[in-house]
Write a protein that binds this ligand. Structure first.
Ligand code: G6P
Length: 369
């Protein structure tokens, strides 16, 4: 096992550090920005059906549902096709409205999650086209799908998903860009810019990983907190959800992810000097808005840890701790902004003596409903 961990103390840490490579592996042979080349073999036969779809449904569970929520933002922005993201377990039991020709994207690392599998069987029986995004080759969901793209992240052993999440977001971004390009709902310039930005993600993830020591230092300060709040807006909202889930899963600290503007409708009541609030506040179209949310938390003496874009001069004046990540297009920022949150939860869990790779009560793949 020590050999399999490749010198890392835990599989989770190894998998977090593998992300520059797993994201590259996911794009290998599919994307070449210089040549303006983007191809997904699994999409070829069905791309026109997606281009012409009236709507797209995404079904998944857990971290995969968070990847689906990032995808909702990307798909709607670039393809202009309405998207709904569904918890597979809710979807399958509420007599969902599915029309012939609806496109259902099923996201699953293991490809074996019982609820997700049952949800796609149901959608299939009503005439939907199923596009699977799985990591495990030949898995049940991959086989039950009409078409799909593998994430190629390699085996993920740590129960808390890390590299599978970033690979899922990478694949879904490529699918969205291909559909948007074919549909003509994205300009050539924007399409090429995004291809280039996507190709540079592994190098930027590497830079985010270099913040490990600094994040360990922050983890030590907050390891005894009893609650955490994670806030983000736009593309960083699902990242807030994922950051909170990572902390809950492995450190057993109660954490909530929320859209930052929604804070005033509830969570703000919890804020006092004991409450760490993690803001994912990179420089994007909602930047000014999130700056005021940070001020609202500071006015109530909350402790602010902010993930910001390199070179930000405003938020460092307000936040208690900042984590600076490289800039990229806001639509793919989740691939970078999630990295410090994975590391933060990892270090807090280790410091609290938790079993990081096999947290209590959790399974890598939930094959019962
Ligand atoms: C379990 C795992 C999570 C995972 C979820 C969905 O709860 O502990 O890490 O996100 O299942 O799994 P899937 O394999 O369908 O992505």
């Amino acid at each position: 096992e020590a050999i399999e961990k490749g010198g890392y103390e835990h599989f989770m840490l190894k998998e977090i550090f593998e992300q520059p490579r797993s994201i590259s592996d996911c794009m290998r042979g599919r994307l070449d920005a210089n040549r303006g080349h983007l191809v997904l073999g699994g999409l070829r036969e069905y791309i026109n059906k997606i281009v012409n779809a009236d709507r797209i449904l995404i079904v998944a569970c857990g971290t995969s549902w968070h990847a689906g929520t990032v995808a909702e933002y990307i798909f709607e922005e670039f393809t202009r096709i309405p998207v709904e993201v569904e918890y597979a377990s809710e979807f399958r039991y509420r007599n969902p409205i599915i029309k012939e020709g609806d496109v259902v994207i099923a996201i699953s690392q293991s490809g074996e999650t019982a609820d997700t599998l049952a949800a796609i069987e149901l959608a299939k029986s009503k005439g939907a086209i199923i596009f699977g995004v799985c990591n495990v080759v030949g898995s049940s969901i991959a086989r039950a799908s009409h078409a799909g793209s593998y994430t190629h992240a390699g085996p993920e052993i740590g129960v808390a998903s890390t590299k599978a999440f970033t690979a899922q977001v990478t694949v879904l971004t490529m699918v969205a860009l291909l559909v948007a390009h074919r549909k003509g709902s994205i300009t050539e310039a924007r399409y090429h810019e995004l291809l280039t930005d996507l190709e540079q993600i592994p190098v930027k993830v590497e830079k985010a990983l270099a913040l490990n020591k600094q994040i360990e230092y922050i983890a030590d300060i907050f390891k005894d907190a009893r609650n955490f709040l994670y806030l983000g807006r736009g593309y960083n909202f699902p990242v807030a959800l994922e950051g909170a889930l990572k902390l809950k899963e492995i450190s057993y600290i109660h954490a909530e992810g929320y859209p930052a503007a929604e804070m005033k409708h509830g969570p703000i009541a919890l804020i006092d000097e004991e409450m760490p609030v993690v803001f994912i506040a990179t420089h994007d179209s909602s930047y000014e808005k999130i700056v005021s949310n940070i001020q609202e938390v500071k006015a109530r003496k909350g402790k602010v840890i902010a993930v910001v874009t390199e070179g930000d001069t405003l938020i460092p004046k307000m936040a208690d701790f900042i984590i600076e990540v490289p800039a990229t297009n806001e639509a793919i920022m989740p691939l970078i902004s999630v990295i410090p949150l994975q590391l933060l939860s990892y270090h807090i869990a280790v410091m609290r003596g938790c079993n990081v790779d096999q947290p209590r009560n959790l399974a890598k793949s939930v094959t019962v409903e």
